[in-house]
Design a protein around this ligand. Structure first.
Ligand code: ADP
Length: 398
C-alpha cells in the first residue's frame, strides 16, 4: 500500500512524514486548517505529504470519502471522529486501520474503562454520571452503572468529560461534593466519567504496535511527568522493577490482541506506592509519550504506524542509546513568535534533537515542539537534571 490517508494534520501527521519518505509512502491528509503543522510540509517540494490536503473538519465523513478515493488505507492521528458516519464507507470497502470496531470502545472514556474491565485489565474504580442538561435540580446521578459508592464518596475524586478531552482539558480533580456539583453543572450535566483519585507514585506509558498479521511489538516502558494534567517530560526507560515492566508489557499485549488492533497505540498507566499498575488511558494512535522514539529507537512510532497500517513487517522498537529524556515545549503566553533564539540555545546542548512543529500561534499549554536528549546510560537523576536545564531555557523570561 503506497498511499496512506491520515485523518488529522497536527504534529503527529507532521512527524509521520519523514518515515513516509523513507518507506516510499505518500500521505494524504484530512485536516481543517491551512495553519496545521502537516500542511506546511505539504507545501515543501519533495515532501511525502502530497499536495492533496483535504481541508475539512476531522469528523467530516464526506471529506473522508474523498480521502478514501485518493488512498489505499486510512489511519488516524486524531480520534475525534464520527464513527457512525464513517460506517457507510466501510460498507463501500474503505479500509480503516485501526478498524472502526477497534475504535468503538475507546473513543469515550467511560466506554474505555468498561472495555478494560471486561477484558480483565486493572483500572481505577469508576462510574458514569448521567443527568438531564439544564436541570438545575440534578445533584445526584439519574443512573450509575458501577459500584463506585456515590452516596459516600471518598474525596478527592476525578471527573472527566467522556469525549473530546485532551491534555488534561476536561479532567477535573474534585475535592468535595460542592465542587462535584458545580463542575458537573459547568459541563451542562453532560454524561461524565467519575473515578477514584489514584495517589500514584509515578505515571508510566508504553507504545505498542500490532501488525495485520497479528505480530505485537512494544517499546520500552517510560515514565511521564505531568504538570496541571499536561505531560511535561518523558524519562526513558522508566526506573521500575522487571516485574512492573513485564506487567505493563503484558497489559499492552493483552489489550492489542483483544482489540485485534492494527496500528500503534499509546497506553498511559498509574503505578502506586504498593507496586500496583492501573491503566489510565488508551490512545488509538501515536502518542506524545512516544516522541522519544524518533531519535532514540531503531524504528520510530511514526514509521511503525505506517508499517502496521500498510501491511509491512513491524520494525525493531529497541533503544539505540542507553536512555533518553523528552521535554515538551509548551506555550506559556499568547504570541506569534517562532522562539528561534531559544531553539538555537536548546540545539547547542549535547546529544540534543529539537523538533519544532511550526505552529504560527502560541498560547499557554499548547504543544509547540519537543526536545529529545540521548543518554549514554539509563539514569533518572541525570534525565531529570537535563529536563530542568531545558525547561529553564524554554520558560525563561527573555
Ligand atoms: P487527558 O485525556 O486529557 O490527557 P487523562 O485522563 O490522561 O486526561 O488525565 C490527565 C492527567 O490527570 C493524568 O496524566 C494524571 O496526571 C491526572 N489524572 C487523571 N486521572 C487521574 C486519577 N484517576 N487519579 C489521579 N490523577 C489522575
Amino acid at each position: 500500500m503506497k498511499r496512506v490517508g491520515v485523518i488529522g494534520g497536527g504534529q503527529l501527521a507532521w512527524m509521520m512524514a519523514g518515515a513516509a519518505e523513507v518507506l516510499g509512502i505518500e500521505l494524504v491528509v484530512q485536516t481543517p486548517s491551512d495553519r496545521d503543522p502537516a500542511v506546511a510540509l505539504a507545501k515543501r517540494a519533495g515532501s511525502a505529504i502530497a499536495s492533496s490536503i483535504i481541508f475539512a473538519p476531522i469528523d467530516d465523513a464526506a471529506a473522508t470519502a474523498e480521502l478514501a478515493s485518493r488512498c489505499d488505507v486510512i489511519t488516524f492521528e486524531n480520534e475525534f471522529i464520527n464513527l457512525e458516519a464513517l460506517d457507510s464507507l466501510v460498507q463501500q470497502g474503505v479500509c480503516f486501520r485501526p478498524g472502526l470496531e477497534v475504535l468503538a470502545p475507546l473513543l469515550d472514556k467511560y466506554d474505555q474503562r468498561c472495555y478494560l474491565e471486561d477484558i480483565g485489565l486493572p483500572t481505577p474504580s469508576f462510574t458514569t454520571l448521567e443527568g438531564e442538561a439544564g436541570n438545575q435540580e440534578v445533584n445526584l446521578p439519574k443512573s450509575f452503572t458501577h459500584p463506585l459508592n456515590l452516596q459516600n464518596l471518598d474525596f478527592p475524586v476525578v471527573l472527566k468529560a467522556r469525549r473530546g478531552g485532551y491534555d488534561g482539558q476536561g479532567t477535573f480533580i474534585i475535592q468535595d461534593s460542592h465542587a462535584l456539583e458545580s463542575t458537573w453543572q459547568r459541563l451542562k450535566y453532560a454524561p461524565v466519567l467519575l473515578e477514584e483519585f489514584v495517589p500514584f507514585e509515578r505515571e508510566l506509558a508504553i507504545i505498542a504496535a500490532r501488525s495485520a498479521a497479528g505480530e505485537v511489538v512494544t517499546y520500552p516502558v517510560v515514565e511521564t511527568q505531568q504538570v496541571d494534567q499536561v505531560c511535561r517530560r518523558v524519562l526513558v526507560p522508566a526506573a521500575i522493577t522487571p516485574t512492573v515492566e513485564q506487567e505493563v508489557k503484558a497489559i499492552a499485549h493483552k489489550l492489542l490482541d483483544s482489540l485485534q488492533a492494527v496500528g500503534v497505540f499509546g497506553i498511559e498507566l498509574f503505578l502506586t506506592a504498593s507496586g500496583k499498575v492501573l491503566v489510565n488511558e488508551i490512545a488509538p494512535r501515536t502518542h506524545n509519550s512516544g516522541h522519544f522514539t524518533l531519535d532514540a529507537c531503531e524504528t520510530s512510532q511514526f514509521e511503525q504506524q505506517l508499517r502496521a497500517v500498510s501491511g509491512l513487517p513491524l520494525g525493531n522498537p529497541d533503544l539505540k542509546s542507553g536512555g533518553a529524556v523528552m521535554v515538551n515545549l509548551l506555550g506559556y503566553e499568547h504570541s506569534q513568535s517562532d522562539y528561534l533564539a531559544k531553539r538555537q540555545q536548546l540545539a547547542q546542548l549535547s546529544h540534543t534533537h529539537v523538533h519544532w512543529y511550526g505552529k504560527t500561534e502560541s498560547r499557554p499549554g499548547r504543544k509547540l515542539g519537543h526536545v529529545t536528549v540521548l543518554l549514554e546510560t539509563a539514569n533518572r537523576a541525570e534525565a531529570e537534571a537535563i529536563a530542568q536545564t531545558i525547561e529553564s531555557i524554554w520558560y525563561s523570561e527573555d
